[in-house]
Write a protein that binds this ligand. Structure first.
Ligand SMILES: NC(=O)C1=CN([C@@H]2O[C@H](COP(=O)(O)OP(=O)(O)OC[C@H]3O[C@@H](n4cnc5c(N)ncnc54)[C@H](OP(=O)(O)O)[C@@H]3O)[C@@H](O)[C@H]2O)C=CC1
Ligand SMILES: Nc1nc(=O)c2c([nH]1)NC[C@@H]1CN(c3ccc(C(=O)N[C@@H](CCC(=O)O)C(=O)O)cc3)C=[N+]21
Length: 296
């Protein structure tokens, strides 16, 4: 069997076009422009790439993009003060603080200082709790993008066995919550899981969010399963820099029914969902109906 490729890049372009349509309507009918503020502390080169591509796509869909680049030695007080100002600014509907932060900053405190209504990453403890109890929240972008692709591919997910490898707060746990919300039977695997291969082979839906290049191999995939590869790993192969996922694409694609590639899978959907969340936040802030199909 050779897997169908789930084209995240094309799907993300569709989501952005939809967002752009709503943004144009907000402007025309209400004189509103959604605004997204991205805060980057320090000069991590990978983070700079993400931030600039986020900024570019934000502008392309007609939103206002505000970037705050702070030096790596920024104090917590200065960062919290900036977040306070962004919370109070009515032109800003979404705030994203790029993670990881330098070690001297308390990430939990920083994230929980963001107004939950503007927390377009969905990392604030209030949003985590709302998601966990099935209430309306801001949903983390990466798992939301994965869910959109899964729903698009399968229609209904109810009753499917889903295995999420990875239990981070930003990907694994919220991914599991969303799959549970769609009535999958969910297993969360991690570094202490016994016989990971056997657990994975039970999955109709296998989501890999581990951060280990090409760790999930074809022998761990159930024939016909849908494989979502969240991993973004920069490696060097034959002297060249290469981007690979957490899934060994070639061997997994030989067994799976469908698979997301890296690049061009989950990554572009993450940014598209960030824009979707910013639009949703803007609509909620102004008591306007939220566009359908762009939240969980
Ligand atoms: N495409 C996108 O938009 C995004 C991609 N990413 C990528 O996704 C990947 C995961 O990110 P993130 O969740 O932040 O990573 P974390 O490092 O926070 O979490 C990794 C998880 O994988 C588990 N794990 C590690 N080694 C193994 C192993 N050998 N077997 C089973 N489980 C293991 C860890 O288990 P334990 O808890 O026991 O330590 C942990 O729960 C990374 O490659 C990252 O770059 C992240 C965000 C967005
Ligand atoms: N507060 C916060 N929110 C995040 O959502 C967040 C973060 N911090 N820190 C870093 C991770 C990582 N992340 C990615 C987003 C897009 C791509 C992406 O578009 N990737 C392209 C390839 C890009 C390339 O070539 O480098 C692709 O997969 O096709 C990747 C990774 C968001 N993150």
């Amino acid at each position: 069997m050779t897997a169908a490729i789930i084209d995240g890049k094309a799907f993300a372009a569709k989501v952005r076009a939809e967002v752009a349509g709503h943004v144009a309507r907000l402007k025309e009918e209400h004189g509103l422009q959604p605004g997204l503020a991205v805060v980057l502390v320090g000069e991590d080169p990978a983070s700079q790439v993400y931030v600039s591509s986020k900024g570019k796509q934000t502008v392309e869909v007609g939103m206002a993009s505000i970037e705050h680049k702070l030096p790596a030695d920024t104090s917590e007080a200065v960062l919290l003060d900036l977040i306070g100002k962004l919370n109070a600014d009515p032109k800003i509907h979404g705030i994203l603080v790029q993670l990881p932060l330098p070690a001297h900053l308390n990430s939990e405190l920083v994230i929980n200082t963001i107004d939950p209504a503007k927390d377009v990453d969905g990392f604030h403890i209030s949003n985590v709790g709302l998601l966990g109890t099935g209430q309306k929240s801001m949903v983390p972008c990466t798992p939301l993008g994965c869910l959109m692709m899964l729903r698009d591919h399968h229609g209904k997910l109810a009753g499917m066995n889903a295995v999420v490898v990875g239990r981070s707060n930003i990907v694994g746990k919220p991914m599991a919550q969303l799959l549970l919300g769609d009535s999958c039977t969910v297993t969360i695997a991690h570094s202490r899981t016994k016989d990971l291969a056997a657990v994975c082979r039970g999955a109709d839906i296998l989501v890999a969010a581990v951060g280990r290049p090409e760790m999930i191999t074809g022998d761990m995939v159930k024939p016909g399963a849908t494989v979502i590869d969240v991993g973004i790993n920069r490696i060097e192969r034959e002297g060249k820099a290469k981007l690979v996922g957490d899934v060994h694409f070639e061997s997994a694609a030989a067994v799976a029914g469908a698979i997301t590639p890296v690049p061009g899978g989950v990554g572009p959907m993450t940014i598209a969902c960030l824009l979707a969340n910013t639009l949703t936040a803007c609509c909620r802030a102004h008591g306007l109906p939220e566009p359908a199909g762009l939240t969980a």
